[in-house]
Design a binder for this molecule. Structure first.
Ligand code: SAH
Ligand code: F3S
Length: 480
């Protein structure tokens, strides 16, 4: 199953779980990465304390919030189009207020208020707790903005309101920001420096989800393997911590172990892993616990050493292969997925061939592929000319998408005639007689409903497949 991300399809309106009488109506939608979807649940929680309940109807909203993505130019264009739509609705409902959250808010700051007359409120990813104050300003007729990035905000004390939830799977954020400074990436500028959330608050959130019937969580961060709790503060300030803080620090492998032990009936996933930070301790922890899913999302971005260096990815192609070999040795059943970029400045045909040969070597289960989009303020934008013609970027993207499709099919077929464990998430989109769920390897599986129900772990015999989906029969409940 290869996937390319189309930001225009990622917007999703979200509904609060409980409704109160006489409340104001919030319409909130999210674009971009899982972290944005997770952040919107934090925002919904903060605003539910202010009497806001969500609506799925834009026309009914008193307040519209859009959680934005800046990762590629196309993502930003999608948001601009959405603002035009809000504008049309505001003509009918002039009381409606519009706020921009997330990475575009952080990147454009007050420029947003100048460029887009529709916008009343601009709030960066670390300033959501200030929303009640900012809304009060807006109600007094002023524009409001807070884009201050924080050293220690992790929203660890906020209990997210689960939006559009299937009641089975949930995101739990564990780190915020990123210190890696990949030269193409805007995230370090929009989400600030890296900091980790207190383990106890993570465990409490997981326990609460378990008690409410959830069966799978995904630990989220830009770079989860770099997780380090030493009492709070930025990752880069760890050296300044006291001896006691250093001695009692919790790293990602330890956190993962703690999560898996705390709720052994719950599946644990995590995303994203950066190859330079993924340690064998993490892979061994995965092997130790049956409930940690056999899947690692391990973006590589390019197969060329020269391009990896220009991207400031701190590993070589050879080191990446070593890591893959180690993962396969310790966890033979582990699925591996990628992110790749084509057409980074100076990329030659040979560099592109290196990417294709790296893919051949790994044969990823699936991946997210993009062509390079120059982002203002990044090191690549400042130091390198965006010199690969768009047709070449797109042609190379097409090459890698085709190759990934072939590999996904090979990987999917490996499961034919085998038994897999599937957690049922929802009804299949294609048939109301079938359930849809995922295997530990993150592959989608569909099978007849039988007497099974949403949230069940079921042993499924795979009898057929498409390039991306396993088709089978549910045999019996499995003993997760
Ligand atoms: N933290 C993750 C990635 C976050 S961004 C990591 O460790 O890799 C998600 C993906 O978007 C990246 O992996 C990259 O493939 C892609 N991406 C980021 N910036 C991009 C840009 N300027 N142009 C095209 N793709 C980009
Ligand atoms: Fe971006 Fe690299 Fe961090 S892709 S999010 S700077 S790991």
């Amino acid at each position: 199953m290869e996937k390319t991300i189309d930001e225009s399809k990622q917007g999703e309106s979200l509904v609060l779980e409980q409704k109160k009488e006489n409340s104001r109506k919030l319409f909130i939608e999210s674009y971009g990465c899982s972290m944005n979807f997770s952040d919107s649940e934090i925002v919904a929680s903060i605003l539910s304390n202010q009497g806001y309940n969500t609506t799925q109807k834009l026309e009914d909203a008193d307040l519209v919030l859009v959680n934005t993505c800046s990762i590629r130019d196309k993502a930003e264009q999608t948001i601009r189009k959405r603002l035009e739509k809000y504008n049309a609705v505001k003509r009918i409902n002039p009381r409606m207020k519009v706020g921009v959250l997330g990475c575009m808010a952080e990147r454009l700051k007050s420029k947003f208020l100048e460029e887009e007359k529709i916008v009343d409120l601009v709030v960066g990813p670390d300033a959501y707790k200030d929303l009640p104050n900012l809304l009060a300003e807006v109600e007094d007729g002023r524009e409001a903005i807070n884009v201050i990035l924080s050293k220690d905000e992790t929203y660890g004390d906020i209990s997210p309101v689960r939006l559009n939830s299937n009641g089975v799977t949930a995101f739990v954020s564990i780190t915020r920001g990123c210190d890696n400074m990949c030269t193409f990436c805007v995230v370090p500028f929009t989400r600030g420096r890296e900091r980790s959330r207190e383990p106890q608050s993570i465990i409490e959130e997981i326990n609460d989800l378990w008690n409410r019937g959830f069966k799978e969580i995904t630990l989220l961060g830009q770079n989860v393997d770099s997780y380090l709790w030493y009492g709070g503060g930025l990752k880069k300030d760890f050296e300044k911590a006291s001896d006691l803080e250093k001695a009692t620090a919790v790293n990602f492998a330890q956190l993962l172990d703690l999560c898996a032990k705390t709720q052994p009936g719950m599946r644990i996933r995590f995303s994203t892993s950066n190859p330079q930070d993924l340690t064998l301790d993490v892979v061994e922890t995965m092997a130790k616990h049956k409930n940690i899913c056999n899947h690692i999302h391990l973006p590589v971005q390019s197969g060329s050493n020269r391009i990896l260096k220009a991207m400031n990815r701190l590993h070589t192609r050879e080191e990446y292969f070593d890591l893959i070999d180690n993962i396969r040795r310790i966890l033979p059943e582990c699925a591996i997925s990628q992110d790749l970029i084509t057409g980074f400045p100076t990329e030659t045909e040979q560099d592109h061939q290196d990417t294709l040969s790296l893919m051949e070597h790994v044969k990823y289960n699936f991946g997210y592929m993009f062509y390079y989009s120059e982002r203002p303020g990044t090191l690549a934008e400042r130091k390198l000319e965006d010199d690969i013609p768009l047709e070449v970027k797109k042609k190379r993207l097409d090459d890698i998408v085709q190759l990934q499709r072939k590999h996904s099919e090979i990987r999917t077929r490996e499961y034919l005639n085998r038994e897999v464990e599937v957690l049922i998430e929802k009804e299949s989109k294609k048939s109301e007689l079938q359930w849809s769920g995922r295997t530990s390897q993150n592959m989608v599986a569909v099978f007849p409903k039988g007497n099974f129900k949403i949230g069940d772990f079921v042993t499924v015999k795979v009898t057929d497949c498409t390039s991306a989906t396993l088709i089978g029969e549910g045999l019996h409940l499995s003993n997760m």
